[in-house]
Ligand binder design. Structure first.
Ligand code: NAD
Length: 296
């Protein structure tokens, strides 16, 4: 049994912390939200009164926070995790954040002698609760090997993506591609309808032809063909358009710093920003169908 501090018990972190506790670890949990903390305690975690209280004596520290500013805020500085963790602690940040923040924090941790990985996840709230997340991990081989033991309690696919920050790199590239093929799939279904093809007929053809892709066959944005898809539930999220926009912005930030040309990624970001401007970014990301077919 390992003493693990878990900070950030929101939609994702709540399920992940519960799975670590369920695996028999001593999970000392903290969140600024009382409700989130109470829920984690109900799932077998021990309540801590602050981040510093949670990390006291912890051999492993996991964070699952909204964005780069939160991660920098909690790790860096005199009151931060890096200055106050016990010697030899393993640090794992699973938040989806910008690559620069991830690399800055990991470099600071390594300077103080800690092993640290960025380990963002793919898979939503259901996968976090079920322990079936995919982890994309950046960091040294040693740090990855140590982290794998714990990540295995929270996920089923764990990939070493390379050096520090590469987990975030893999995550934004994947989600940029997802945003692009979701929009492309919406355009194809909207055009097919105007041309007189119903969604099921076009699905039957395209899903066995070269237009086939994950957005179509697992998450079809046109109601009908994939019963479990959010399109059959008024586009209730799922994976919210706001989260997709966050990831597309991170991708554009990374692309501009790396001088990579990502014109379709830029266009996808602009289209999801229109969902935000319309106040509809709480819809599932497949709800961009409504923007494309003029029903938003
Ligand atoms: P969330 O907003 O539900 O949870 C974040 C939690 O962090 C909140 O409970 C908040 O109170 C807490 N928090 C913020 N600052 C804190 C601090 N200083 N100390 C303690 N607690 C603090 O977000 P989420 O949906 O759980 O997402 C977490 C991360 O996972 C994000 O980076 C997100 O992009 C990523 N992600 C989310 C999903 C998803 O489907 N929700 C999927 C993949 C990745």
């Amino acid at each position: 049994m390992t003493t693990i501090a878990f900070i950030g018990l929101g939609n994702m972190g709540g399920g992940m912390a519960a799975n670590l506790a369920g695996a028999g670890h001593d999970v000392r949990a903290f969140d600024l939200s009382k409700a989130a903390l109470e829920k984690a305690v109900g799932a077998g975690c021990l309540a801590a009164s602050s981040t510093l209280d949670a990390i006291k004596g912890a051999e492993v520290i996991v964070t699952m926070l909204p964005a780069g500013q939160h991660v920098r805020g909690i790790y860096l500085g005199a009151d931060g995790i890096i200055e106050n963790a016990q010697a030899g602690a393993l640090l794992i940040d699973s938040s989806t954040i910008d690559i620069n923040s991830a690399r800055t924090v990991i470099e600071a941790a390594e300077t103080k002698g800690y092993d640290m990985v960025d380990a963002p996840v793919s898979g939503g709230v259901a996968a976090a609760a079920a322990g079936t997340l995919t982890f994309m991990v950046g960091g040294t081989t040693d740090a990855f090997a140590k982290a794998q033991t714990y990540l295995a309690h929270m996920g089923k696919n764990i990939f070493h993506a390379g050096a520090a920050g590469n987990g975030q790199g893999a995550k934004v590239c994947n989600n940029m591609l997802l945003g692009i093929h979701m929009i492309g799939t919406c355009e194809a279904f909207a055009l097919a309808e105007k041309l007189g093809l119903d969604a099921q007929t076009f699905y039957d053809i395209s899903s066995t032809a070269s237009g086939q892709n994950w957005s179509m066959t697992s998450y079809c944005p046109a109601p009908g063909p994939v019963p479990a898809a959010p399109s059959n539930n008024d586009y209730k999220a799922g994976f919210a358009a706001a989260m997709m926009l966050k990831d597309l912005r991170l991708a554009q930030d990374a692309a501009s710093k790396a001088k990579a040309a990502t014109p379709l990624g830029a266009q996808a970001e602009s289209l999801y920003a229109l969902m935000e401007a319309a106040g509809k970014d709480d819809l599932d990301f497949s709800g961009i169908m409504k923007l494309i077919n003029g029903t938003l």
